[in-house]
Design a protein around this ligand. Structure first.
Ligand code: C2E
Ligand code: CA
Ligand code: CA
Ligand code: CA
Length: 279
């Protein structure tokens, strides 16, 4: 009862009240934005060891009529706490499937994979797998081209149910990648049971890899771990040739980062590939 009393008091704290109303305003804006289709997906290339584009990661952007383009860091958290991430995430999956179908119809783009971020709250919906399968089936997108990026924090809740969902997706051909690997709740005990194909090495390790022995050691360990478990490893946030070279020497074979391309509109992304193909 004492703890309860404190919480109630907080609500009447003017500073707290301001935070609460700012949250409510953001939440209202997000709902409106979803209804008015002010969101769009941008696409960042993912490349192999030779620098050839193998696919893209879909990254959400909010085209705010007054504020311009808003980055996901500013709204994903709020959407996650309000629950709006559920319809928003469903929209992202639907858009991603539509993009895959467009690619499937172009010989130059047909082999590309598309990675989609799925937030824990969205993944924990009881019917998440059914919804994803339905989106794939409705669109006609090939499940083997769709990849889902999940974070380890998802395992903090019901581990068994999460593994079971991952297994069903995997059985349907949808590859699962563990995003931001090493930054959160890493349990090696669970890792060996997860039906995943890839670890994504977080940008925070890649950033100083050339100058920081600790970051280099962590990265090397993740690469060795992935290799010995038969998983692929993708380095994210690669910005310089030095970083790429360093990672390559450590055995990394998949990359993403500004060095290869920033997130751009679907049209710009596709044009890059069609330009290269015609050279
Ligand atoms: P993430 O999944 O780790 O995505 C990578 C982030 O790093 C993206 O930021 C990308 O633009 C940025 N990035 C890529 N390469 C570089 C680089 O070389 N240098 C630097 N400095 N940054 C790089 P973004 O687009 O702002 O997204 C931030 C986060 O928002 C994502 O982190 C992801 O967790 C979340 N997010 C984005 N789209 C979605 C979505 O559709 N659904 C959900 N649930 N989360 C999303
Ligand atoms: Ca990601
Ligand atoms: Ca990531
Ligand atoms: Ca990250």
């Amino acid at each position: 009862a004492k703890a309860n009393g404190r919480n109630t008091m907080c609500f009447f704290d003017p500073a707290m009240q301001a935070v609460v109303s700012a949250r409510a305003a953001l939440d209202g804006d997000l709902r409106l934005a979803l209804a008015q289709r002010h969101f769009e997906l941008h696409y960042q290339p993912q490349v192999d060891a030779e620098g050839r584009i193998t696919g893209a990661e879909a990254l959400l952007r909010w085209q705010h009529p007054q504020r311009g383009m808003v980055a996901p860091a500013e709204f994903i958290g709020a959407a996650e706490s309000s629950g709006l991430i559920v319809p928003l995430g469903a929209w992202v999956l639907e858009q991603a499937c539509a993009r895959l179908v467009a690619w499937q119809q172009q010989p130059r783009l047909a082999q590309l994979s598309l990675s989609v971020n799925v937030s824990p709250r969205q993944f924990h919906q009881p019917d998440f797998v059914e919804q994803a399968m339905a989106a794939l089936a409705r669109s006609g997108a090939d499940p083997r081209r769709l990849k889902l990026e999940l974070t380890e924090s998802l395992l903090l809740d019901d581990v068994e149910a999460s593994i079971e969902k991952m297994s069903r997706l995997n059985a349907a051909g949808v590859g699962i990648s563990l995003d931001d690997f090493g930054t959160g709740y890493s349990s090696l005990t669970y890792l060996k049971r997860l039906p995943i194909y890839q670890l994504k090495i977080d940008r925070s390790f890649v950033r100083d890899i050339v100058t920081s022995p600790a970051d280099a050691a962590i990265t090397r360990t993740i690469l060795t771990l992935a290799d010995s478990m038969g998983l692929s490893a993708m380095a994210e946030g690669v910005e310089t040739e030095e970083q790429r070279h360093f990672l390559n020497r450590q055995g990394c074979r998949a990359y993403q980062g500004y060095l290869f391309g920033k997130p751009v509109t679907a049209q710009q992304f596709e044009q890059q590939l069609l330009d290269v193909a015609s050279m």
